[in-house]
Design a binder for this molecule. Structure first.
Ligand code: SF4
Length: 351
């Protein structure tokens, strides 16, 4: 059975065959603009509301919710049809509100430092499952008088490995939830065919490349997909994306103590960032402790030195605040507890 955000407008029209035509607009706007549940659409006759509530069920079943003490970061654990679990993280900043969504349950890319990668791949998420994460976050933001303005596809999974479901979700979030393309960021660990498809799309979304190493030897080790798409090929695709879209591109760099935080790493990274038609911005992510992974994140001093070195080499770099480490919601850490210790996760607030 399709869930409420699986259907496109034509499919919703088919479901509402026999109803007046304006009902399609009422339901579509109610689900997307008003962020309403089918049962809350009071402009509809009661019987139709009840029918839609039954025929358009939710895709995400909340298992747990946790939040930082000030409520700046909220993390949900959702169960999907079939039992797989994914996480969604809502982050309030001083000037913006962002949701980080998952695109796969687990991930097949096998990056050694990533909790999700360690747990392996379960299944792709459907378009409706992705859109519903955004809708739920937008609804929650609205409850606290905030407006969800940004979506980053940086949760569990590799978005471009699930392109055929992720891109329709991007279009829906843009066209129907009303978020601008400049506020949508797709991340990739370097799937070159996906980057090339993105470059041919109409919407100019932001691209964040999880680089983590700037020479092939180290990157083969940290990010195994590099063996298939080495840095020279990846940089070629990034350059073409920039020429096609004119958007700033960012490199994500999880700083791992003694592995990719040396001054020589900064120099190699700066060279790659400056080699693009528009220099890449670098986001530095102090690596979170991940159960089962023996290496540690770079110290705070080391992070500062690395950033300064990049700036000295003419590359803009931001240290990503490790939001939500205390609730395991920082990037590369989603699913650390979910997959490795499902029982422990249930001890947080059950909805
Ligand atoms: S870092 Fe990203 S691509 Fe690599 S295993 Fe983790 S979720 Fe997958």
């Amino acid at each position: 059975m399709p869930t409420r955000y699986d259907l496109d407008r034509a499919e919703l029209s088919a479901l509402l065959a026999g109803e007046p035509r304006y009902r399609v607009d009422q339901v579509w706007d109610g689900l997307h603009r008003q962020l309403a549940e089918p049962g809350e659409l009071t402009t509809l006759p009661k019987a139709l509301r009840a029918r839609l509530a039954e025929e358009l069920p939710a895709a995400l079943h909340p298992v747990a919710e946790s939040a930082t003490p000030g409520g700046d970061t909220v993390k949900w654990l959702f169960e999907l049809d079939g039992g797989a679990r994914v996480e969604t993280v809502l982050m309030h900043y001083r000037d913006r509100t962002t949701v980080c969504v998952s695109t796969q349950a687990g991930c097949a890319m096998g990056c050694g430092f990533c909790a999700t990668g360690q747990a392996g791949f379960q299944r792709h998420l459907g378009t409706g499952e992705i859109v519903e994460q955004v809708v739920r976050a937008a609804r929650r933001a609205r409850e606290t008088d905030r407006r969800l303005g940004n979506v980053v596809f940086m949760g569990m999974g590799e978005p471009l490995a699930n392109y055929d479901r992720v891109w329709p979700a991007v279009v829906r979030i843009h066209d129907d939830l009303g978020l601008s393309a400049r506020h949508l960021t797709l991340s990739t660990v370097g799937l070159v065919p996906g980057i090339r498809r993105l470059a041919a799309e109409e919407l100019p979304v932001n691209l964040a490349v999880s680089l983590h190493a700037a020479n092939d030897e180290l990157r083969n080790e940290l990010v195994p997909i590099n063996k298939r798409y080495p840095l020279s090929v990846l940089m070629g695709a990034c350059a073409d994306y920039l020429r096609a879209k004119g958007r700033r591109l960012s490199f994500e760099w999880a700083l791992i103590d003694g592995t990719n935080d040396r001054l020589s790493d900064a120099r190699e990274l700066a060279e790659l960032a400056r080699s693009l038609p528009l220099p890449a911005h670098v986001n530095l992510i102090p690596l979170n402790p991940t159960p089962g992974y023996r290496t540690r994140g770079t110290s705070a001093d080391g992070v500062r030195r690395f950033r300064q070195r990049l700036e000295d080499l003419g590359v803009n770099a931001t240290v990503r605040r490790n939001r939500g480490t205390d609730i395991d919601a920082a990037c590369g850490q989603l699913a650390a507890r979910v997959e490795l210790s499902p029982r422990a996760q249930r001890t947080s607030t059950v909805m």
